[in-house]
Ligand binder design. Structure first.
Ligand code: AMP
Length: 276
């Protein structure tokens, strides 16, 4: 397994691999890898000849008072996980933007609500870094997790709009044994907060269970969630169309239930599929 830190070297290597007719698979991450990332890596591994995982904590996607400076990091553990999953190359640049970088990708509409409402510059940062990484890594396919459900939809949109010849693959959300959605940020939770965090997935599961017995509208779903949820602040709870991401009021076709909530200083997101 090769580790590359230089963007120019990454691009030359990628171009030479593509010139040999090989498929490059790509999994972009911010590191502190866990089983959720590993599941994306396995999906990419099974569909490509050369597998690249990038590790870069992208300053552009963090707001002013967010956790850029404290974001967890463990290079050695990340290397072990990638080696185990048969990754060919880790791309771990120190920085990714030239000093005169001046191009930003803004996807309209899809980024206005949900996480975009509470983190107004977030998706601009995500799309810009992903576009730049795509230019450097030259992937044939890239895998993103449904954990970040809105992000996946936004990336699909910009890749389609900009006619990038890259297949975007969505991968299922992976949970810990206690139901909590795996996230590098779970590291921030103390034991009492971890118990609070559990109530997020428990609340979502309770809606899924109730829906097996009876039909539900959004108002009832909100009431149900409130019965279980024990967080410090609810950012949003929304039932949305799984493709267009616009809000729905009745669950009469497959719907995605998305939540973002604060436990202490940690913002957690989760989502489940609701089937009537
Ligand atoms: P991050 O390192 O948090 O930026 O995430 C990198 C990629 O891993 C993104 O595509 C995430 O959606 C995905 N990911 C993170 N956590 C999970 C999880 N629990 N299940 C599935 N995918 C995940």
């Amino acid at each position: 397994m090769k580790i590359c830190i230089d963007p120019d070297e990454m691009q030359s290597l990628a171009l030479s691999i593509r010139a040999q007719g090989k498929k490059i698979g790509f999994v972009p991450t911010m590191g502190f890898l866990h089983e959720g990332h590993a599941s994306l890596i396995r999906i990419a591994r099974s569909q490509c000849d050369f597998l690249v995982v990038s590790i870069f904590v992208n300053p552009l996607q963090f707001g002013e008072n967010e956790d850029l400076d404290t974001y967890p990091k463990d290079d050695e553990a990340d290397e072990r996980l990638c080696l185990k999953e048969d990754v060919d190359l880790i791309f771990r640049p120190q920085s990714l933007y030239d000093t005169n970088h001046n191009t930003y990708i803004h996807v309209e509409q899809l980024t206005e609500r949900l996480c975009g409402a509470s983190r107004p510059t977030h998706f601009r940062g995500v799309c810009t870094v992903v576009a730049r990484l795509f230019g450097l890594v030259q992937p044939t396919l890239a895998v993103f997790g449904e954990k970040d459900y809105q992000q996946l939809a936004v990336i699909r949109q910009f890749v389609r709009d900009l006619a990038m010849p890259i297949e975007i693959i969505g991968a299922p959300l992976i949970r810990d044994e206690d139901g909590v959605a795996l996230s590098s940020r779970n590291q921030y939770l103390d034991p009492a907060q971890r118990i609070q965090a559990r109530t997020i997935s428990q609340a979502l599961f309770s809606v899924q269970e109730e829906l097996k017995k009876t039909s539900l509208d959004v108002h009832t779903i909100r009431q149900l969630v409130r019965q279980t949820l024990d967080v410090d602040e609810l950012d949003y709870l929304e039932c949305i169309d799984p493709v267009l991401l616009h809000p729905v009021t009745n669950i009469d076709k497959p719907t995605r239930l998305l939540i973002a909530a604060w436990v202490g200083q940690t913002r957690l997101i989760d989502n489940v599929l609701l089937e009537p």
